[in-house]
Design a protein around this ligand. Structure first.
Ligand SMILES: Nc1ncnc2c1ncn2[C@@H]1O[C@H](COP(=O)(O)OP(=O)(O)OP(=O)(O)O)[C@@H](O)[C@H]1O
Ligand SMILES: [Mg+2]
Length: 360
């Protein structure tokens, strides 16, 4: 016998005994008043008591059993298991038992959703920590290797000591940029880094970004061209974050380009969407295969790991771009043709009518 059957059996028995005794105690003396016969009155009282016992027992069993067993099923199911609520229906009478049954279903759903979120976060955390440790290991072991070789005598060899020190320094630089990117992405993903929306002069920011990256581009024999269709567009966005988006996109356009390659940066206000400005960064580089297009904005995803690593990349740049744009209610659009080049674009809300308050 299940716990619920036993419980209902005992409860039903108690109710039935109580009501049978009460009816016996009332009906026997009442009947005695009419019949004046103790034996007949006792028999009458016992019969009434027996009938009420059976009736009350079966009624309580019928009214409570299915709902109590429903409550038991809901409560007993562990929060991680899914349970079908179809076999724990309420009676529809909306009494206390129905309410308890509904409440236990609601709490069960809440706890189950909470556990699901916890499982997802836990999975995400483990994956993130795994990726980070993997990414940290490579430069740390390289630095260790160069320093060991130097300490074992290479320091006295003028041909190699400068080269090894430079290589060790490059790996340290990579560690610094990795930790900076990690801090940035953690802040963005946890919602700590909220955009400070202000009116920004987009062309000025683009020119700043070009100035700061021109040296890198020239070293790689790449030309950057800014082709604004607008005289100047004022967007409503976070200046530093949009600067970071542009830096990441232009850096990629330099890194994944070919010698003598070109980068075109453009701003357009489309007739079909006059409230937004479309910013695009187009390159004539190596391009991205269609199967990799969807994945390039994932954390640590790199199409060609060794090429990206050689360039000091960690695969966080586009993930940061995606998060920043999402926090501006915008999306990164990518078009690419392997071997010919790629175009990364996004829209920002225009703030032309606020142009009195320009801050950049
Ligand atoms: N303009 C581009 N042309 C071709 N491939 C690109 C371009 N931009 C990004 N990719 C590919 O997408 C991957 C992810 O880019 P992302 O900017 O996130 O990382 P990264 O450049 O490797 O490193 P990080 O930006 O963190 O220094 C790159 O490794 C590269 O394979
Ligand atoms: Mg990058």
């Amino acid at each position: 016998m299940s716990t619920v059957s036993r419980y209902v059996f005992r409860l039903g028995l108690r109710l039935a005994v109580l009501s049978a005794s009460a009816l016996f105690l009332i009906s026997a003396p009442l009947y005695y008043v009419f019949s004046n016969d103790v034996g007949v009155s006792l028999l009458f009282g016992i019969s009434i008591g027996l009938i009420s016992f059976i009736a009350v027992y079966f009624c309580s069993y019928y009214l409570m059993f299915s709902r109590l067993s429903g409550i038991q099923k809901v409560v007993a199911a562990t929060p991680r298991t899914s349970i079908s609520f179809s076999d724990s229906k309420s009676s529809g009478s909306n009494d206390e038992l129905d309410r308890i049954l509904e409440l236990s279903k609601e709490s069960k759903k809440l706890v189950r959703d909470h556990f699901r979120n916890m499982d997802e976060t836990d999975h995400y955390r483990k994956e993130f920590i795994g990726d980070i440790s993997h990414e940290l290991k490579t430069p740390i072991f390289s630095v260790q290797g160069y320093l060991e070789t130097l300490s074992q005598g290479a320091l006295d060899d003028p041909k190699v000591n400068k080269l090894f020190l430079t290589k060790a320094m490059n790996n340290v630089d990579r560690l610094i940029s990795l930790t900076n990117d990690l801090m940035e992405i953690t802040k963005i993903e946890t919602g700590e880094l909220k955009p400070e929306l202000q009116i920004i002069a987009l062309n000025n920011i683009i020119n700043d970004v070009i100035d700061s990256l021109n040296y890198k581009a020239e070293q790689a024999q790449i030309t950057i061209r800014f082709q604004p269709k607008e005289v100047n567009s004022f967007a409503f966005a976070d200046r530093n974050q949009i600067r970071q988006v542009l830096i990441n996109l232009v850096e990629n356009a330099i890194k994944y380009n070919k010698p003598e390659g070109r980068i075109y940066i453009g701003t357009t206000i489309e007739k079909s969407d006059p409230e937004h400005v479309l910013v695009s960064v187009k390159d004539t580089g190596i391009g991205i295969e269609p199967e990799n297009l969807k994945r390039v904005t994932e954390r640590f995803y790199r199409v060609d790991k060794s090429r990206s690593r050689d360039q000091g990349g960690t695969g966080l740049g586009l993930a940061i771009v995606k998060h920043i744009l999402e926090s501006h209610n915008s999306q990164l659009q990518i078009k690419s043709k392997p071997g010919s080049g790629s175009q990364f674009s996004f829209k920002l809300k225009l703030a032309d009518h606020y142009s009195d308050h320009i801050s950049a």
